[in-house]
Design a protein around this ligand. Structure first.
Ligand code: T4K
Length: 405
């Protein structure tokens, strides 16, 4: 009976607000095709397709300048960069403390390096590793802390470093979401021993597939560059079991063009985030992440948390958004600690990860990308408001936004 009573208002929301075309959580901003073909012409003329080509070198230099870091090595993707980061620090056994609230790649690179992940719960406000819970997980086999700046929100880098210093541990940051983010006036990539970026097609800055590893010293960078090229240090010298992590000229060309567009992309996303914040802060039961102090954000993601005061569960809302052609994503549900390859680990026990479990069951990432037009953003907010009211039995007021897309 309750279902029937609710079904009618929900159908009405779909009839009223459904978009004609699907709106995805992310869409890449593409550079002008003729500019890309100009680059392709150059690649054809040079006949140099990969292996530290001129475009690769230029992108490495320009990215270093843009991000304000001295030692940056480009990679074919962020996952291989993470894999090499551990190897570069010679971490290939024992345990590494990490977060369960992340993309699977973070834990998988530990597995591929022969390391056991030890999952640590997250902080309720930042959704990043909670430094207060790290120390009691440190044991004789602990080698490092692998933390993630989830959604680009900086980790408590000072707190994590203090723990690492006390116990002689390395710190690696998975900064896949943190392109261009600044903390206390410095690039977030300058914290810890190494930081890794992802330049996947769905990221703020993209090389189609791609990534980078930011290191601290010339020697580190040299070793990383050898490792990403099969460990080859010279025609007759192999320094170790490296891998093929190289970015090619086609990716680098795309990146050079994308880099020109990134400031505008951030500005557009900032405007979208402002609309979401303005409208959704007033919706009972929706929690927005606080904008952290001392941080220059990149607006890469727009997560919301759905709680009991909202008219429906996160999963019901996810389904309603889909019915309205709004393709939100449950980044990151289920927790990576729930994956069958990790679930038997003691640290993966859900009771030990109460905050992460709770957040994963309530989080939803809303569409945010430069080309997303503000009337569509308002329409998404209309649906979120209406769904909240439908579940709580409040009247469904129409807003002024009319037909779009
Ligand atoms: N660490 C963290 C914390 C990460 O989040 C990631 C990657 C990594 C490490 C590993 O970095 P990489 O090795 O990937 O460089 C996407 C991305 O594939 C993945 O890179 C990213 N994190 C993750 C958060 O998001 P999926 O499985 O959600 O992708 P997919 O194909 O469902 O795409 C999402 C939406 O984007 C689609 O609904 C439509 C849109 N889209 C996608 C593609 C590929 C487009 O409009 N055009 C496209 O070309 O993982």
């Amino acid at each position: 009976m309750a279902f029937v009573l609710r079904a009618a208002p929900l159908d009405r929301i779909v009839r009223e607000y459904r978009l004609d075309e699907p709106v995805y959580v992310m869409r890449p901003t593409l550079p002008a095709l003729d500019e890309y073909t100009d680059y392709l012409r150059g690649i054809w003329e040079r006949g140099w397709l990969t292996n530290d080509g001129v475009l690769h070198q230029e992108l490495e230099r320009r990215l270093g300048e843009y991000l304000g870091v001295e030692h940056l090595s480009l990679f074919c993707n962020g996952t291989i960069a993470l894999l090499v980061a551990l190897n570069a620090l010679r971490i290939n056994s024992g345990e590494v403390i990490t977060t369960p609230f992340t993309f699977p790649a973070t834990a998988h690179v530990l597995y591929w390096n022969g390391i056991r992940p030890v999952f640590c719960d997250i902080d309720e406000a930042s959704l990043n590793l909670d430094p207060n819970r790290i120390e009691h997980l440190i044991g004789p086999d602990t080698k490092a802390i692998l933390a993630v700046h989830v959604y680009g929100t900086p980790c408590d880098v000072e707190g994590i470093q203090a723990i690492a210093d006390r116990h002689g541990l390395h710190v690696i940051y998975d900064a896949a979401h943190a392109f261009g983010v600044k903390h206390r006036g410095r690039s977030i990539l300058e914290y810890g021993d190494l930081s890794v970026l992802s330049f996947h097609a769905t990221k703020l800055f993209s090389t189609i597939e791609g990534g980078a590893l930011v290191s601290r010293t010339d020697a580190q960078r040299q070793r990383i560059n050898f490792l990403k090229n099969f460990g080859i240090a010279g025609e007759e010298e192999v320094i170790g079991p490296g891998i093929n992590g190289k970015m090619n000229e086609f990716q680098a060309a795309f990146g050079l063009l994308h880099l020109r567009m990134v400031d505008e992309e951030i500005a557009r996303r900032k405007a979208i985030a402002a609309i979401y914040r303005e409208r959704l802060a007033k919706v009972p039961g929706l929690r927005l992440l606080l904008e952290p102090a001392d941080t220059e954000p990149n607006y890469g993601y727009f997560p919301i948390l759905v709680d009991g005061a909202y008219g429906m569960s996160r999963d019901e809302l996810f389904g309603m958004l889909r019915r309205c052609n709004i393709i939100s994503r449950k980044y990151f549900y289920p927790l990576v600690s729930r994956a069958s390859c990790y679930a038997a680990l003691p640290s993966a026990e859900p009771a030990r990860l109460p905050v992460a479990e709770d957040v994963a069951s309530r989080v939803l990432c809303l569409p945010i990308y430069g080309k997303l037009e503000s009337p569509v953003v308002h329409r998404i907010c209309d649906v979120l408001e209406a769904c909240g009211r439908a579940g709580t039995g409040m009247p469904l007021a129409r807003t002024a936004v009319k037909a779009i897309v």
